[in-house]
Design a protein. Structure first.
Length: 284
C-alpha cells in the first residue's frame, strides 16, 4: 500500500470519525479514533487491528496508519491535536511509541467513557475549555493504560519513526537518500528498500511533499515573498520551486499565495484526492 504525507489545515479537531476507508498516511500530529458503532479495520505502524465498539486506537506523530475497512454502520469519535496541546504528554509523544496502540473497550474506565460521551454530545467548538478538558481527560486515561517503547530502538517500528523524524527535521536542507542514510546510521540500500518496498513511495517525492507543506504555511505570513519561501524550503531556484508546487497542489505558488491572503486561511481549491499526493480530502 502506497503511503502519503497528509496535510491537515487545523491543529486541533474533535468530531466524527471518518466513515470510509482512508489510505496509508503519516502526519506530524496525534490522531485518536474511538469506535462507537460497527467495526473498523486499521493498520498502525505495519500491524493490523480490528476495532469494535468501545475500542480506542491512537496513532503517534510520524506513525504510518490507515483505515482499511469500515462496516456500513461504523461511526465514532476522532481527535487530532499537536503534541504540545497537553504539555505534560509532549515528551511521551515525541520519544516513545505504544507497544500496542489500541486500548480495548473492556479496559476503558468510567472517566474515559464520560469524556467520550461529552466530546460526542457537547456542541461547543473544538478549542472550548470544556472540550479541551474532556480531551485531556481522555488522553490521560488512554496513555496511562498503554505500555511504551523508546523510539531509539533498532526494531523496524523504531526505525520507521526515526526515518520520518529525520526527514521532517531536515527536509528543507540539501537532503538526499545518501545523506539521510548517513544521518540515520543505516545503509543507503536499507533506506531505499524501506521507501520502495514498505512505503511504496519515492524518497524525493516525499521530501518535496513536506517542503511544499512548509511553503504553504509560510505563505500565510504577509512578510514572506515567494523567493524567500523558495529558499527557506530548500529549493535552489524559483523555477524548481514552482514546478514542485504545481505538481503537489495543482496551482502556481503566486495563485495559491493570493488565495491564502484573500481568504485568510487554507486554500479550498486544491485538486481532488486522486490528483494530490499530500492531501486526499477526508471529513475527519
Amino acid at each position: 500500500m502506497k503511503l502519503f504525507y497528509e496535510t491537515r489545515s487545523e491543529n486541533l479537531f474533535i468530531g466524527g470519525m471518518t466513515g470510509y476507508p482512508f489510505p496509508l498516511h503519516v502526519h506530524e500530529i496525534v490522531e485518536l479514533a474511538c469506535v462507537l458503532h460497527g467495526e473498523v479495520s486499521m493498520q498502525i505502524d505495519g500491524q493490523a487491528y480490528e476495532l469494535y465498539p468501545g475500542d480506542i486506537a491512537i496513532a503517534f506523530p510520524l506513525t504510518p496508519h490507515s483505515f482499511d475497512r469500515l462496516s456500513p454502520d461504523a461511526s465514532g469519535l476522532a481527535a487530532f491535536f499537536l503534541t504540545d496541546t497537553f504539555p505534560q504528554f509532549t515528551g511521551t509523544f515525541l520519544s516513545a511509541l505504544p507497544e500496542t496502540p489500541v486500548l480495548r473497550g473492556d479496559r476503558v474506565n468510567a472517566d474515559a467513557r464520560l469524556a467520550i460521551d461529552r466530546l460526542v454530545n457537547d456542541p461547543e467548538g473544538d478549542a472550548s475549555p470544556s472540550r479541551l478538558a474532556f480531551l485531556h481527560l481522555l488522553i490521560a486515561n488512554v496513555l496511562s493504560q498503554l505500555r511504551f517503547r523508546s523510539t531509539d530502538g533498532c526494531n523496524e517500528q523504531g526505525l520507521t519513526y526515526r526515518v520520518f523524524k529525520y526527514i521532517f527535521d531536515h527536509a528543507c536542507e540539501d537532503i538526499t537518500l545518501d545523506s539521510a542514510a548517513r544521518g540515520l546510521g543505516i545503509s543507503q540500500s536499507h533506506l531505499s528498500h524501506l521507501f520502495s518496498q514498505r512505503f511504496h513511495i519515492n524518497f524525493r517525492r516525499f521530501v518535496n511533499a513536506i517542503r511544499i507543506d512548509r511553503a504553504k504555511m509560510l505563505m500565510r505570513d504577509p512578510r514572506m515573498t515567494l523567493t524567500s519561501i523558495c529558499y527557506s524550503c530548500g529549493y535552489e531556484n524559483i523555477r524548481t520551486f514552482r514546478r514542485a508546487f504545481v505538481r503537489e497542489t495543482g496551482a502556481l505558488p503566486s495563485e495559491y499565495q493570493l488565495r491564502q491572503r484573500e481568504t485568510g486561511g487554507p486554500d479550498s481549491a486544491e485538486p481532488p484526492a486522486s490528483e494530490s499526493f499530500t492531501n486526499p480530502v477526508r471529513r475527519s
